[in-house]
Design a protein around this ligand. Structure first.
Ligand code: FA5
Length: 346
């Protein structure tokens, strides 16, 4: 025993040991048990200092002992804290293969696709067959064949995208309505016709009730002796089946170049039920146009208008769906906003 160390000298050793211990805790990848041995084991610096306390002069020994114990306690606490952090981290990595899996979110068909399927099913029940006609077509089918020669002012209604291509059959357009399918269907040469043509349409329009790309469903019935009574019968069947017994339609006289007489078909608004709201303004929403097929159109399709006649109608799928969806959908653009939070409600 030397008994020559003063408390400050001893405390200097303790501070050095503390710094080494902290460095070890901060940098080492060793396990907690290995660290505990390195810090407090028989050969550790703290163990050496505990023995060395005898070399401190007796009057300073108590103070030296207090400082040494305090530092040891501090380091031990840090060791325990880092041990629990490590334990948590290693828990995170633990993968329990027996735990039940997390099912991936299940999507559903887009609501417009669902609407198309439902509309098709309703018309199929009364003998209409779903057909498809081109969505990019020669000007002849959506315009000229429908009694709208080049430069006819009626064409303005259809705010058409001309894609700047043409060939010997004429200019090519993105079809602004499914009525291009009328003459195309007649050209198949099979009578009677009961078609429901559902396809994309394009117009330069965008607001709360218009989108530049939308869908129409175009019905056409050609046979002998078809009357406006048949037309209203089919519309009533559709409206009662698609919207429910309480929804109403009304026919307004209108003008289309390709039907005579022509009508606009309105349905009472499903959001305000006829009171007037942001979408409908006055309680009624236009579902689309309709009328008895014009004799010129029948001729263009190779059908003798003295023998056959019929009716046609073209309505918007999105609008038809909005009329049914209650308060959830009051801006048509939401349908194509690709916001899954919105779409998944349906
Ligand atoms: C027509 O397109 C005629 N082809 C309908 C027709 C067919 C009349 C057969 C007679 C015989 P209209 O331009 O009104 O008509 O459009 C019909 C419906 O398509 C509209 O009532 C609306 O429901 C829908 N529609 C039209 N433009 C848009 C648009 N930009 N966005 C969403 N829906 C639209």
């Amino acid at each position: 025993m030397d008994e020559s160390l003063t408390a400050p000298q001893f405390i200097g050793y303790v501070i050095e040991a503390e710094q080494q211990a902290k460095a070890l805790l901060g940098s080492s990848n060793a396990s907690i048990d290995e660290l505990r041995i390195k810090l407090f084991g028989n050969k550790s610096e703290f163990s050496r200092l505990t023995k060395k306390i005898r070399d401190v002069i007796p009057s300073d020994r108590q103070q030296a002992g207090i400082v040494l114990n305090e530092v040891k306690r501090k380091i031990e606490k840090q060791l325990n804290d880092s041990s629990s952090v490590k334990r948590q981290a290693s828990n995170k990595e633990f993968f329990d293969v027996t735990a039940p899996g997390i099912p991936p979110p299940v999507g559903h068909l887009h609501i417009v696709t669902q609407a198309i399927m439902e509309i098709t099913r309703i018309f199929e029940r009364i003998g209409f067959t779903r057909v498809r006609h081109p969505e990019v077509d020669w000007d002849w089918y959506p315009f000229e064949s429908l009694n709208m020669p080049p430069n006819h002012p009626a064409r303005d209604e259809w705010e058409t995208f001309f894609i700047g291509l043409s060939d010997k059959q004429g200019q090519i357009v993105l079809t602004p309505h499914t009525s291009n399918g009328q003459v195309r269907e007649m050209e198949k040469g099979k009578l009677p016709i009961r078609m429901i043509n559902i396809a994309k349409c394009y117009r330069r329009q965008s607001d709360v009730s218009h989108v530049p790309m939308f869908h129409q469903f175009e019905g056409m019935y050609i046979d002998k002796g078809v009357t406006i009574g048949d037309l209203t019968g089919v519309f009533n069947f559709f409206v009662k089946n698609y919207y429910g017994p309480d929804r109403k339609i009304r026919l307004r006289p209108f003008h289309f170049q390709f039907t005579e007489p022509s009508f606009e078909v309105d349905i009472n608004c499903g959001i305000c039920l006829g009171k007037g709201c942001k979408l409908c303004k006055e309680g009624w929403l236009e579902l689309g146009g309709a009328g008895m097929v014009h004799p010129v159109v029948l001729k263009n399709g190779g059908i003798d208008p003295d023998v056959y006649n019929g009716f046609a109608f073209g309505w918007g799928v999105e609008r038809a769906y909005m009329m049914k969806s209650g308060t959830k959908l009051d801006d048509i653009r939401m349908l194509y906003g690709n916001d899954v939070r919105f779409l998944k409600q349906f």
